[in-house]
Ligand binder design. Structure first.
Ligand SMILES: *Cc1c(COP(=O)(O)O)cnc(C)c1O
Length: 409
């Protein structure tokens, strides 16, 4: 049978996992514990011989359902969900790394990931920042103890685009695990597996859920990595099939140690939100393209950073990799305008942290989300002190343009 389209798959995905009574949504499961008539059945769960449930910190019928949907959207082997995107990222890294391992991480990762990178170095993990737009820089920084290469697809706020395909070739050459955070370009825009990602990390809080009403995160194993090549899998998890080693360790050890489990209610909100992922992305990316063009020609705007613009240094790369150019951009105003005054004049766009929402959101970058990082590090990421980030929502384009117009005055 022909593979169904993206939205057709999504809107039927819960129903096709046969919830009871013909329900179209999975029941919101509230049980923490699961009991067994036959004690051997529980023993089998603990020993990985059965996939049934034991305790809700590690899995429930709800986590199972959304994991199946995520794996299928990414044409991946398997997925695991967490309370937040940060939980997915930190649990994965802490579970797979040991002191004295070396990690290469994009110089342009967003603030919280940058903060976590500092935590890793405190724990004795060596770390180098790489320029993911410069493949020679990546290759030059690989060492004998390098285990993981980590990048986002489109960086936030300056929108540098990583050359995912070329980085994946280096990872395969040196047997490194390649982790891609695709939050900015969810599966509707970007096929991370086709470009060689081994693990995909994603914040479900952003575009996947889309409505600003639930937090969530996931790690997805595309099945492309040979876990035999990874030296940090504990013997206990090597009894599983090799292709399951990574996620088994992250689930059994990582979720147990860290306990960043997602609630069934959040999963319900995220799943319902995801039904319109493609429709929302069509709209917000189309809005973003128009707003970027509008801002770029405006005399009171000095510079616009958006991969859809031909002036963007990785425009062609982005065009080849992504269905659209995403819905995040940043811009610098001309000196005539003070960024906070400008933001205070906006009526439709909201001044708020967060991105990937149905509503358009703006934030002054340097004094807020990148404040703690300090001037030097901001400059190394290309962040100007007056930069404004805009996460474009699904409002009507005329309203967004007139909002910007009047605020630019
Ligand atoms: C927001 C974000 C995260 C973290 O997700 P939360 O769900 O907010 O914890 C990770 N990566 C990127 C690129 C993000 O934008």
């Amino acid at each position: 049978m022909k593979e169904k389209g993206f939205t057709t798959q999504l809107v039927h995905a819960e129903r096709l996992q046969s919830p009871e009574h013909g329900a179209i949504h999975q029941a919101t499961n509230q049980s923490v514990l699961f009991h067994y008539q036959n004690a051997q059945d529980l023993v089998d769960v603990f020993q990985g011989k059965s996939q049934a449930y034991a305790y809700a910190r590690q899995s429930t019928p709800s986590t199972n359902s959304i994991q199946n949907i995520l794996a299928s959207l990414e044409q991946a082997h398997d997925a695991l969900v967490f309370a937040t995107g940060m939980a997915a990222l930190t649990t994965t890294m802490l579970t797979l790394l040991k002191a004295r391992d070396h990690v290469l991480i994009s110089r342009y990762v967003f603030g919280n990931t940058n903060s976590f990178a500092e935590t890793l170095t405190q724990l004795g993990i060596e770390l180098d920042f790489i320029d993911v737009t410069d493949i020679d820089d990546v290759r030059g920084k690989v060492k004998s103890n390098t285990r993981i290469v980590f990048t986002e697809t489109i960086a936030n706020p300056v929108t540098q685009v990583a050359d995912i395909t070329e980085i994946s070739k280096i990872c395969n050459e040196f047997n490194l695990l390649f982790i891609v955070d695709n939050t900015m370009t969810p599966s509707y825009l970007f096929n991370a597996k086709a470009h060689g990602a081994h693990l995909i990390i994603t914040s479900l809080t952003k575009y996947f859920g889309g409505h600003g009403n639930a937090l969530g995160g996931a790690v997805i194993d595309t099945g492309l990595f040979d876990w035999c090549l990874f030296p940090n899998i504990y013997p206990a998890y090597q009894s599983a099939q090799v292709k399951n080693w990574g996620l088994t360790q992250i689930k059994k050890k990582g979720l147990r140690d860290i306990g960043a489990s997602i609630s069934s209610e959040s999963i319900h909100h995220l799943s319902v939100g995801s039904e319109t992922l493609a429709l929302r992305m069509d709209r917000s990316c189309s809005n973003a393209m128009k707003l970027a063009e509008f801002l770029e020609q405006h005399p009171k705007v000095k510079k616009v950073y958006y991969p859809g613009l031909e002036s963007h240094p990785q425009h062609l790369l982005a065009k080849n990799m992504f269905k659209y150019f995403g819905a995040i951009m940043s811009f610098d105003l001309s000196e005539a305008l003070e960024p906070l005054d400008f933001i205070n004049k906006l009526n439709v766009m909201l001044c708020s942290t967060h991105l990937g929402d149905n509503r358009s959101l703006v934030i002054p970058v340097a004094p807020t989300i990148y404040h703690e990082m300090g001037l030097e590090r901001r400059q190394s990421m290309g962040i100007s002190e007056t930069m404004i980030r805009l996460s474009v929502g699904i409002e009507d384009i005329d309203d967004l343009i007139s909002d910007l117009s009047q605020a630019l005055g």
